[in-house]
Design a protein around this ligand. Structure first.
Ligand code: AMP
Ligand code: TRP
Length: 341
C-alpha cells in the first residue's frame, strides 16, 4: 500500500505551551497536595511541556535543619514519581540545582514594590502562624514568580490556596514587562475540582507546617489513627443527631477517594450512620486509593540511584531553556557582557 501524506501533518502546529509548578520539600505529600494539585500534575504532563520543581529554596523559609531538608527533598522526588509523573515525559527538577531561579528573583526584587509583598495574604497568615519574619518569607512570592516565568511557562497547576500568589506573579510580570519590554507571558493557575482541603482539625487548610495533615504514603495504621482523630460536624454531638455532610470534612473527603458520596451524605443527614463508621470507611478508602502508588513508591525507593538520576535528567532538559531566558534578561536589563545580536 502506498504511503499517503496526511494533510494534518503538514499543517503548522501551535507552539506547545509550557507548564511549571513547584512543591516544597517541607513535609510528606498529603491529601491536600494530592487532591488540590498533584492529581493535575499527572493529568497534564502530556498536554504541555511540563516541568515540576521541588522548591528547596522556598522550603528554607521553614525548614532549618540541613539533614532534614535533604531527606525531605529526596522523599518528595519519590512522591512525585509514585503519584505518576514519568521523567521520560516531563522534567522533575530540584530548584537549588538551578540557581538561575534565584538570580531572576533578585532582578524581579528590583522591580517589585515592597508594599505588594507586605499585603500578600499568605505572608500575613504565615506571620500569624508564628513563622519567622525573614526577608525570604516576604520575598517568597517573588521567587515563585521567577520559578514559573524563567521557563516562560503559562500553565501552573496548583491548589486554590495559591490564587493570591499567582495573581502576584502576574503583577510582577506586568511590572517587569512595562519596564523592560514584553519578555514574559502572564501565567495562569489550573485548578482541580477539589476545594482547599481542610486539615484533621477541620478548621485550617491542611498544610505541612500546620501539623494537621494526612500523609498519603503514611503506614495504613497511621492513616487510620489520623482519620479517626478528624474533627467532624461540631453540631453533631450525639450519635442520633442528624449531621450536616456539607460542613463535615470527613464526609467531604469521601467525594474524592472513590466513595459513594451520595449514600454517605444521606446516612449522615438521617443519622443512619455515625461519625465513627464514616471515619473508619474513609480511612479504608484512602488506604485503598493510594495502595498502588504506595507499592510503586516502595519499588522505586529500593533503587538508591533513582532520585539523583531523575533530578540529573530533569536539570539536563531545562538548562538550555534557562540559559536562553537568562541571556535575554541580561540583555534587556543591561547586565553581563554585551552580546552581538
Ligand atoms: P505545598 O505543600 O505548600 O508546597 O503545596 C504544593 C501544592 O499543593 C500547591 O499547588 C498547593 O496549592 C497545593 N496544596 C497544598 N495544601 C493544599 C490544601 N490544603 N488544599 C488544596 N491544595 C493544597
Ligand atoms: N508556593 C507554592 C506552595 O506552597 C510552591 C511553589 C513555589 C510554586 N514555586 C512555585 C507553585 C511555582 C507553583 C509555581 O504551594
Amino acid at each position: 500500500m502506498s504511503q499517503t501524506l496526511d494533510v494534518r501533518d503538514a499543517a503548522p502546529r501551535p507552539v506547545q505551551e509550557r507548564l511549571f509548578t513547584g512543591i516544597q520539600p517541607s513535609g510528606a505529600s498529603h491529601l491536600g497536595n494530592y487532591l488540590g494539585a498533584q492529581v493535575n500534575y499527572v493529568a497534564l504532563q502530556d498536554r504541555y511541556e511540563s516541568i515540576y520543581g521541588i522548591v528547596d529554596y522556598h522550603a528554607l523559609t521553614t525548614v532549618h535543619d540541613a539533614a532534614t531538608l535533604r531527606t525531605l527533598t529526596h522523599e518528595m522526588v519519590l512522591d512525585m514519581l509514585a503519584v505518576g509523573l514519568d521523567p521520560a515525559r516531563c522534567a522533575i527538577v530540584r530548584q537549588s540545582d538551578l540557581p538561575e531561579h534565584a538570580e531572576l528573583c533578585w532582578i524581579f526584587d528590583t522591580v517589585v514594590p515592597v508594599s505588594w509583598l507586605q499585603r500578600n495574604p499568605t505572608y500575613k497568615a504565615s506571620l500569624a502562624e508564628g513563622k519567622e519574619n525573614s526577608a525570604g518569607l516576604l520575598n517568597y512570592p517573588v521567587l515563585q514568580a521567577a520559578d514559573i516565568v524563567i521557563y516562560k511557562a503559562s500553565v501552573v497547576p496548583v491548589g486554590k490556596d495559591q490564587d493570591a500568589h499567582l495573581e502576584l506573579s502576574r503583577e510582577i510580570v506586568r511590572a517587569f514587562n512595562r519596564r523592560y519590554g514584553e519578555i514574559f507571558p502572564e501565567p495562569r493557575a489550573v485548578y482541580t475540582d477539589a476545594p482547599i482541603v481542610l486539615g484533621i482539625d477541620g478548621a485550617r487548610k491542611m498544610g505541612k507546617s500546620a501539623g494537621n495533615t494526612i500523609p498519603i504514603f503514611a503506614e495504613p495504621d497511621e492513616i487510620r489513627r489520623l482519620v479517626m482523630s478528624m474533627v467532624t460536624d461540631p453540631l453533631r454531638i450525639k450519635r442520633t443527631d442528624p449531621g450536616r455532610p456539607e460542613v463535615c470534612n470527613v464526609c467531604q473527603l469521601h467525594r474524592y477517594v472513590g466513595g459513594d458520596y451520595l449514600q454517605i451524605q444521606d446516612g449522615e443527614r438521617t443519622a443512619r450512620t455515625g461519625c465513627v463508621e464514616t471515619k473508619e470507611l474513609l480511612a479504608e478508602r484512602i488506604i485503598e486509593f493510594f495502595a498502588p502508588m504506595r507499592a510503586e513508591r516502595a519499588r522505586l525507593a529500593a533503587d538508591p540511584a533513582v532520585v539523583e538520576d531523575t533530578l540529573a535528567a530533569g536539570a539536563g532538559k531545562v538548562r538550555p531553556i534557562l540559559a536562553a531566558t537568562v541571556a535575554e534578561v541580561h540583555d534587556a536589563v543591561g547586565i553581563g557582557p554585551r552580546r552581538e545580536r
